[in-house]
Structure formats: structure tokens, C-alpha cells
Design a protein around this ligand. Structure first.
Ligand code: SF4
Ligand code: SF4
Length: 341
């Protein structure tokens, strides 16, 4: 048996959350036919099935672009540090792409590893994620190449599957998901499924094996020729998580803040001495791919990528990771052929 919910009941849930002071977010239309995950003021603003992929990801709801860690105030020789409340209101994100939700699950072990990041943990705890099984995909999607799929439960508290005629099947995966939909669904024989499933584009095992054996390799120069080092791919990526800690203000008062950073910037590894261990774009691209597909999996047993395709979709030269991985897979096949002939 499945559980189904009527569209009007779903809208009532959202309206009730908003009127009870919760933060509610979902995909919204922006300018120029672009879509973004944003907090909404009304349930009508959420597009459960936007015709295009949101440009950003939901990572910014658990790992904001800029977050104040504490403020400081000096009075003579005394300094007062004031901690900031992390997140006071619960937040609910609806209509999330399953790959965006999966990215949260991929990041969870990182923020609880050598340092238990209370900012991330508290936001995760107070955030409920409701995904929508995919109805629209494009040529950049490749979740299935990474062992995920458009109905995955990873990182989601519940998923909606469109049954048509204003009905959705609801699958609840966590206590938060069950609590959100408690008493709002009815049992049914109907089951939904993702109607759009990307084809498998490469073998991730081949990629990982190739990366292990080819740290120094011409592919890094070849593939990065069209990279301008803007970092857009990392900012739209749901799994990229580099950040910097900065002090804003002056010697009397100010704030210590955490802000997103990007490994694609030349300044990212620039030492105070002037030395830069990654002094060209090929090295920076190599670092991004090696980290996502070899180093992070070696440490956390998870690939640091959900196959959302944002990095290619939003790159001004359509680079991002998928074209590099496909090129690398072709090279790996050539290497295998050479060895066996
Ligand atoms: S791959 Fe594209 S988005 Fe990423 S840094 Fe290079 S040019 Fe910018
Ligand atoms: S690397 Fe690209 S495809 Fe993978 S999660 Fe990040 S933006 Fe999505």
C-alpha cells in the first residue's frame, strides 16, 4: 500500500507552516526563465515542477554563503565576544531535486568528522527536505552514473511522486517526514515513479581507478584550457563546501564570518610567502576532480558529487565535471587497449 496526498492538502500544509512562522522554501521563477531555490511568502510561489533546473542548490539552507560566527567588541583592554544564534526557525524545503537532497547526505560525515560543526548540524536538524521525483531532466543530469536515481531517498525526509490529477504519492523516510504528513495522507493502491531518468554516461569505477593511477596526466591541461577559473561551478555545486573565515569590522568592533570559497581561484592556495602550490588552472581542475572522485570517497566512502549537472549547466564554457569525466573514461579505454595489444 502507498500513501497519497491531494494537491490542495499539500498547499494547506505549506500555508499553515508559513502562518506559523516557519521558513518555507522551494524552486521559484527568477528573471530570464531561470529558477532558484528561495524562501517564499506564499504557497503559490513554489514551482513543484519548474521547466528548468534551479541554478543554485539547497546547500545554502544548511551552509549559508555568509554566516556570522560571533561578534567582537573592544572596550579598553576588555574584549567581549558574543555568539550568534544559528537558526531560530525551523525550515521546510519543498520540490527539491533528489540529487540536491542527496548532496546533504554526502556532506553530513564531513561536518561531523574532525570538528563537529554546530552551525551545519543545527541547520540540518531544523530543516525538513521534501523532494519531487524528477519529471524534467536535461543532458547535464548524470545521477544514475553515480549510483543515485531520481527517486533516491538519500538526504530527503519525504518524496512526492506525481500521480496526475492533483494527486501525489508520498514516501516518508524519516521521523521529520512522517510528522510533516501525519494525518494528511490516505492509503492507496496507486504508486508513482520518476518519469525522467538520465542514461548512465560513464563508469564511476573506471574514473576512480584512472584517477588513482594518473595524478600527473596531460588530461588536466587538455581539459582545463577552456576553464577561466571563475569558480561558478563550485558555488552552484551542492557538494562543494570550501569556506574561509574572515574578520569584518575594525579593531574596536566587528564580526568573525564564515564565507564560501572556491578551489578554482588562484588565490585559494596562494601562500603569504608568494608561493602557490597550485599555480595554474590545470592543477586546480585536477584538485577538484581528484577530491570529488578519489580523495573524499577514500575518506568517507562516498563520492563528493550527486550528478546534478549544475557545474556544466552554469559554466560559461560548459565545462564542469561531466565532460572531464567522459573524456577521462575515453582515455582510460585507450590505455586499457594499449596495455592489452
Ligand atoms: S569549470 Fe567553468 S565554472 Fe568552473 S571555474 Fe572553470 S570556467 Fe568557471
Ligand atoms: S560536481 Fe557538478 S554534477 Fe557533481 S554535485 Fe557538484 S555541481 Fe553537481
Amino acid at each position: 500500500m502507498s500513501e497519497i496526498i491531494q494537491e490542495k492538502t499539500l498547499q494547506e500544509i505549506i500555508r499553515s507552516l508559513i502562518s506559523n512562522g516557519k521558513t518555507v522554501a522551494g524552486p521559484m521563477a527568477g528573471t530570464n526563465h531561470r529558477y532558484f531555490y528561495k524562501a517564499v511568502d506564499s504557497s503559490d510561489e513554489i514551482l513543484f515542477d519548474p521547466p528548468g533546473m534551479p541554478m543554485n542548490s539547497i546547500k545554502e539552507f544548511v551552509f549559508p554563503r555568509r554566516e556570522v560566527l560571533y561578534t567582537f567588541q573592544r572596550d579598553g583592554h576588555d574584549v567581549t565576544l558574543t555568539e550568534q544564534p544559528v537558526l531560530e526557525r525551523e525550515q521546510y524545503i519543498f520540490g527539491v531535486r533528489p540529487c540536491d537532497a542527496a548532496a546533504n547526505a554526502i556532506l553530513d560525515p564531513l561536518f561531523a568528522w574532525d570538528y563537529n560543526d554546530q552551525f551545519y548540524q543545527q541547520r540540518r536538524e531544523k530543516t525538513t527536505v521534501v523532494t519531487m521525483a524528477c519529471k524534467n531532466i536535461d543532458e547535464h543530469c548524470f545521477c544514475t552514473s553515480l549510483g543515485l536515481n531520481p527517486e533516491t531517498e538519500q538526504g530527503a525526509d519525504a518524496i512526492l511522486l506525481d500521480l496526475g490529477n492533483g494527486e501525489y504519492e508520498v514516501r516518508m523516510f524519516t521521523e521529520k517526514g512522517k510528522k510533516l504528513f501525519a494525518g494528511k495522507t490516505t492509503p492507496s493502491e496507486k504508486t508513482g515513479h520518476a518519469v525522467a531518468v538520465p542514461e548512465v554516461k560513464f563508469s564511476v569505477e573506471t574514473v576512480t581507478d584512472y584517477l588513482r593511477e594518473h595524478f600527473d596526466d596531460p588530461i588536466w591541461s587538455e581539459t582545463s584550457l577552456r576553464c577561466v577559473g571563475c569558480g561558478a561551478c563550485t558555488f552552484v555545486c551542492p557538494t562543494c563546501h570550501c569556506f574561509d573565515i574572515l574578520d569584518e569590522g575594525n579593531s574596536m568592533f566587528g564580526a568573525r564570518v564564515k564565507t564560501w570559497d572556491t578551489c578554482q581561484s588562484a588565490l585559494f592556495t596562494h601562500h603569504a610567502s608568494g608561493h602557490n602550490p597550485r599555480n595554474n588552472q590545470a592543477q586546480r581542475q585536477r584538485n577538484r576532480i581528484q577530491h570529488k572522485f578519489r580523495i573524499y570517497p577514500d575518506k568517507f566512502d562516498r563520492i563528493l558529487c550527486s550528478g546534478c549537472g549544475n557545474c556544466t549547466r552554469e559554466c560559461s564554457t560548459s565545462l564542469g565535471v561531466r565532460p572531464v569525466l567522459q573524456y577521462l573514461t575515453e582515455k582510460a579505454a585507450l590505455v586499457t587497449k594499449e596495455v592489452s595489444s
